[in-house]
Design a protein around this ligand. Structure first.
Ligand code: FAD
Length: 438
């Protein structure tokens, strides 16, 4: 049986970032284990998410404190892209804005702009004319000039799938003891003495510490090792519609409904093709661990998320709230044939008033799954990523903005892991500061 210091389970952008972050330590042997044949093919695949590098400047569902915390972590991803992606193979830069429609939303945006501008000096507050210049389709045919926007000239659209590959390649190239195994599904992780045995069909791996960044599967692994009994999964699938013609020049978000914790529909150009406009994501609860993979239904049941306590929590935190219930029902309609597109076009008209349902095409097999987590004891929905710290093991579940913060959080995990391994292991703070803080 092979033996390593650390095993990282999952080769999405989070597991890959963890793997890369461990190159900033003196840990000698690390293996990344991914069930598919390449990194970043599931939620991190660029077709399955909105490709936005969230830094908190235009996300009206973030408080100032949350926005700054997200920015702090997301800056690592930005710094990595600035340093290693001159060619634009991993990302593009577009302008981005959050649009306020009508007096109430304009008031929300103005107040937010005043609060945020000192922390995000690049932000501008735009009125109708300025919006019209940047995004003509947003103003064309609009009945009222009552719109405004918080605008950033530089927003990153990231191909998180390719970013995952870049992290893995760079780690393997730079450190001899780092290896990646693809096409290798982890069946179980069990403890044996002070170590873990990671069981796969291609042989077992013994590890002193483990980071599990396997999306929704992380929760099942955690439960099997005796953790997270209080948690249940709420997998929220997100689909997209493509516009037949280019409609936007940059990313256009809308003001968040405070009663709905999931991000509102927005319009985005594709990271690698500015001529393609995509709208979404929708939000539909599905009993799966991985979108479009119906074999994962069994594992979803095994997480206990269909048990009585989980269903009661779902009722308490989602279904009993009129605004959230209405949001969920509306989102289910979006995926129905014919009427779905009509309903979706109606929502998109907040961004592009002249859009008709014939201008949109449902993007088949596009869109991933956000592994949202519910706390059955506290009866609450936990927003953003959830981390469970065990004895020498970390489990990560990473709905949005998990991809944006992957590297910053990966460095946090790397520091935790050297703490697990003992005093002879350390994190190279000097190299980290030189690369990411100067
Ligand atoms: C519709 C949608 C829109 C989003 N938009 C954004 C956005 O704009 N910006 C943003 O920051 N985030 C966004 N997100 C969130 C983002 O996609 C995720 O945070 C990110 O991709 C999570 O990365 P991950 O590595 O944790 O998960 P994944 O990419 O899902 O990777 C998990 C990996 O674990 C592997 N795995 C699972 N089980 C096993 C096993 N048993 N053995 C071995 N390997 C296993 C899987 O094959 C997979 O490769 C969005 C998500 C969705 C669904």
């Amino acid at each position: 049986m092979a033996g390593v210091d650390v095993a990282v389970i999952g080769g999405g952008v989070k597991g890959a970032a963890d793997f890369y972050a461990l190159t900033y330590t003196n840990v000698g042997s690390v293996v990344l284990i991914e069930k598919y044949g390449a990194p970043g093919l599931v939620n991190s695949n660029m077709m399955n998410n909105s490709q936005t590098l969230h830094i908190g400047d235009i996300e009206t569902n973030f408080s100032l404190a949350k926005a700054l915390a997200v920015r702090h972590l997301a800056e690592h991803t930005k710094a990595y892209l600035d340093r290693f992606d001159d060619s634009g193979a991993l990302h593009s830069v577009y302008h981005k804005m959050v649009l306020g429609v009508g007096r109430k939303e304009m008031g929300v945006l103005k107040a937010r702009f005043e609060q945020f501008r000192q922390h995000y000096p690049h932000l501008q507050y735009l009125g109708f004319e300025a919006i019209a210049e940047l995004e003509p389709k947003v103003t064309e045919g609009r009945e009222s000039r009552g719109i405004s926007a918080i605008f950033s000239p530089r927003g990153y659209a990231v191909d998180y799938g390719r970013l995952a590959k870049s992290f893995v390649d760079r780690a393997v190239e730079s450190r001899e003891g780092f290896s990646a195994r693809f096409g290798t599904e982890v069946a179980t992780i069990r403890r044996e003495g002070l170590e873990f045995v990671v069981e796969t069909a291609k042989g077992d791996v013994r590890a002193k510490a483990v980071i599990v960044s396997a999306g929704a599967q992380s929760l099942l692994f955690a439960k099997r090792l005796g953790y997270a009994r209080n948690l249940a999964l709420l997998p929220v699938a997100g689909s997209f519609y493509h516009a037949r013609d280019k409609l936007l020049n940059g990313k256009v978000y809308t003001v968040q409904d405070n009663d709905v914790p999931l991000a509102a529909i927005h319009g985005d150009p594709e990271a690698h093709d500015a001529s393609v406009t995509r709208f979404g994501p929708t939000a539909k609860v599905v009993p799966l661990m991985e979108r479009h993979n119906y074999e994962t239904l069994d594992d979803f049941v095994r997480t206990g998320s269909l048990g009585k306590a989980s269903l009661l929590t779902f009722w308490e935190v989602v279904a009993s709230h009129p605004a959230l219930r209405a949001f969920m029902l509306k989102n289910m309609v979006y995926e129905l044939p014919v009427v779905g597109k009509m309903a979706f076009a109606e929502t998109v008209r907040k961004i592009v008033p002249t859009v008709a349902s014939k201008d949109l095409v449902f993007a088949r097999n596009v869109g991933g799954l956000r592994p949202q987590v519910m706390d059955k004891v506290k009866q609450e929905l936990q927003m953003g990523q959830v981390k469970i710290l065990g004895e020498n093991v970390i489990f990560n579940m990473t709905p949005s903005p998990g991809a944006s913060v992957c590297l910053g959080d990966g460095f946090a995990d790397a520091r935790t892991v050297v703490g697990f391994l003992g005093p002879s292991f350390s994190f190279d703070e000097r190299k980290y500061s030189a690369d990411f803080r100067e």
